[in-house]
Design a protein around this ligand. Structure first.
Ligand code: SF4
Ligand code: SF4
Length: 348
């Protein structure tokens, strides 16, 4: 691990701009989003996760997957590789979750695999937390553990820089004015990590659940609680679109002056027509059923199929929801309001 002074991060961004389009956090209308960094600008430090998920660069909505030209079908345009500053652990965990669906089996999504291979992640410790952050409720910790090339941990006078890949090792070795981190600096970073961990745990204490989330959701599949939990949902889909792990997409064709193109857009399981089949039938016509399915997929079927819960506890769905539905509260209510008699009533 190495230590670099504060200005070293600006030099790192300039070095990366030779090979990548560099993106970094910027505050726009009160929300932290990812924006392309102008050459020479140093990236700003973000205390906590951005409002925008990392998937907005990896799985860009509106992406052209294929085009038909007079010369025949061609793959869509291949963007320049991207380097991203400001990724936090909840987004890195989401990359692992999305890999399960889009990469780690025989039906690979080529654009995702290409982006995973070529894009570079400069992650950072959380030095603060949003009120909605709840990674600790799902066994997470507010500092990067994997899926990064470089990880920055602020300490007095600069940053500790940890490499997480061969590319990261090489970049760390090239950092000008960097020197080996001292034991005191590592200890200071670790103390701060523990402070943030305690803060996130404390703010979620009132939602604490005892049972694993898959058991909690599954035992409620035949109860009536879902209607109560979904009572204020207005089907705006914001929770799906803000979520770093939601990955459903739809395809459509469009005519352009250069020929027809096949475009991919983000989809949402809250749409009434989401699971509609040929002939018009849909298995989840009622909003309550779609709401329940969202929880079932994230906390029961996904971990059983892929070995990991499809939620990183980032809390973006909490912030985005105009119905003020809080996933932590829903999980807590599913556990604490479960009544075996209610299930029996349903069965009878
Ligand atoms: S479900 Fe909510 S908390 Fe979980 S990863 Fe998605 S946006 Fe974040
Ligand atoms: S963000 Fe809230 S209101 Fe909108 S679809 Fe999701 S749960 Fe419903």
């Amino acid at each position: 691990m190495r230590f670099v002074g504060g200005s070293g991060i600006g030099r790192l961004a300039r070095r990366l701009a030779r090979d990548y389009d560099v993106y970094a956090p910027r505050e726009v209308a009160g929300a932290l989003v990812l924006q392309r960094l102008a050459d020479g600008d140093p990236p700003a430090w973000n205390d906590h996760r951005l409002a925008e998920p990392l998937k907005s660069l990896w799985l860009q909505p509106g992406k052209i997957l294929a085009q038909w030209t007079p010369q025949g079908p061609q793959p869509g345009p291949r963007p320049r590789p991207r380097a991203v500053f400001g990724a936090k652990q909840c987004d890195l965990r989401a990359l692992t979750i999305l890999d399960r669906v889009l990469r780690d089996h025989e039906h690979k999504e080529p654009a995702w695999c290409d982006a995973r291979e070529r894009n570079l992640v400069v992650a950072g410790d959380c030095t603060g937390a949003c009120d909605s952050c709840f990674c600790t409720m799902l066994g997470g910790q507010p500092w990067p553990q994997a899926e990064f090339d470089l990880c920055l941990g602020p300490v007095e006078g600069g940053y500790l820089v940890e490499a997480g890949s061969a590319r990261g090792e090489q970049l760390a070795a090239e950092l000008e004015d960097a020197r080996p981190a001292t034991a005191e600096q590592v200890a200071a970073r670790d103390r701060r990590r523990q402070e943030v961990l305690q803060r996130v745990r404390a703010q979620n204490e009132r939602w604490r659940t005892v049972d694993p989330t898959d058991k909690t959701v599954e035992k409620n599949l035949r109860t009536r609680i879902w209607g109560k939990l979904a009572a204020t949902c207005v089907e705006c889909n914001a929770c799906n679109l803000a979520c770093p792990t939601c990955h459903c997409f739809l395809l459509f064709a469009r005519q352009t002056p250069a020929g027809a193109v096949r475009v991919s857009l983000w989809d949402s399981c809250f749409h009434a027509g989401y699971a509609r089949m040929a002939g018009g039938g849909t298995p989840r016509l009622q909003l309550t059923e779609r709401f329940k399915n969202h929880y079932y997929h994230k906390f029961v079927s996904f971990p059983r199929n892929w070995g990991v819960t499809a939620c990183s506890g980032c809390g973006r769905c909490v912030d985005a929801c105009m119905g003020r539905i809080d996933k932590r509260q829903c999980l807590h209510r599913l556990e604490t309001e479960w009544m075996p008699s209610e299930v029996l009533e349903e069965i009878v």
